[in-house]
Design a protein. Sequence first.
Length: 96
Amino acid sequence: HIANSTLAGGVAVGSSARLAMTPGGALLLGVVAGVVSVYGYVYSTPMLEKKLGVFDTCGVGNLHGWPSVLGGLASILFVALDSDAEFLKYSGFWQC
């Protein structure tokens, strides 16, 4: 699960890469995503197999699913912490 944990950290950090994130914040988010991925293999996969009959043979939910949810929640936190972000100043959707 170590290789998947490393990739899960990249998934979580990549989903909030444009935001103002310190190297320490990126490291912390990556470590937490790795832990979430391992716990997904231990708890989420057996529960999905037993209760719903869903077999995630490649571990896609634990590698991309849970870490991307964590990265999305971290993005909300990073935007809340950096309310002066450059991209928040644009009023139109299609402005360049």
